[in-house]
Design a protein around this ligand. Structure first.
Ligand SMILES: Cc1cc2nc3c(=O)[nH]c(=O)nc-3n(C[C@H](O)[C@H](O)[C@H](O)COP(=O)(O)O)c2cc1C
Length: 208
């Protein structure tokens, strides 16, 4: 059987294209059944048993990373149980900035941020991006990933810090904190914004 490249893998390709990331794929030790119906039954049983399926290999250097993307498909309105296996094996994720993402069949991926909040209530969790599996191959989805990364300040082009005084080209400012909170939208000036590092119009910027 020829397995088509998965929807989430395509979304990960876009993330790799626009951000400096290393990828670890959480692959099950026991592979899922090939037939669609068998696969659905298998996944349903996994949820009912509240399983923590084993995965192949592991990451040993999470401490080298400040930001960790966590994503996958939606299965029965939630992330696959194997992601819980991974997260429970890595309590050090609590100290990271976490970026939820995924692909879905119409229900969105809000269960990714809720799962991360459940495990790490004090972690910084960025705004998630969900893409419908049916449209993930469209250019509009690739652009959506690029815009999302820019907004979060994680796009390759926004990793250089610039000085606000050198950016006089914009007449309106959209300002986000590094953890993705919007503090100004279409503002004419930056008055009243506390000194610090922000994402302003998609670029990491210092306000002095
Ligand atoms: C067992 C199973 C359950 C699913 N449950 C949902 C669901 O509850 N909501 C939804 O929007 N999509 C659901 N989907 C659709 C997948 O989330 C969607 O096709 C996704 O893009 C698959 O990504 P992948 O190709 O990386 O596996 C389900 C798919 C499968 C196989």
């Amino acid at each position: 059987m020829v397995v088509e490249r998965g929807n989430t893998a395509i979304m990960v390709d876009y993330i790799k294209e626009y951000a400096d990331v290393d990828v670890f794929e959480v692959k099950p030790v026991v592979t899922y059944p090939e037939g669609y119906q068998d696969c659905i039954e298998y996944v349903t049983e996994e949820i009912n048993r509240n399983d923590r399926p084993a995965y192949v290999g592991d990451i040993t250097n999470i401490n080298d990373y400040d930001v960790v993307f966590i994503g996958g498909p939606i299965w029965w309105a939630r992330p696959p149980m194997i992601l819980r296996s991974f997260i429970e094996a890595h309590p050090e994720l609590a100290g990271k900035r976490l970026v939820p993402f995924g692909t879905h069949g119409g229900s969105g991926v809000s269960s990714y941020p809720s799962m991360l909040k459940e495990y790490f209530p004090n972690a910084t969790i960025f705004e998630e991006l969900g893409i419908s599996g049916a449209s993930v191959r469209n250019q509009s989805s690739k652009t959506a990933v690029e815009n999302w990364l820019k907004k979060l300040g994680l796009h390759r082009a926004s990793t250089d810090i610039q000085d606000i005084e050198s950016d006089q080209g914009s007449c309106r400012y959209n300002v986000y904190t590094l953890d993705g909170k919007n503090v100004a939208q279409d503002a004419f000036n930056l008055d009243g914004i506390a000194p610090g590092i922000y994402i302003i119009n998609g670029k990491k910027t210092i306000i002095k």
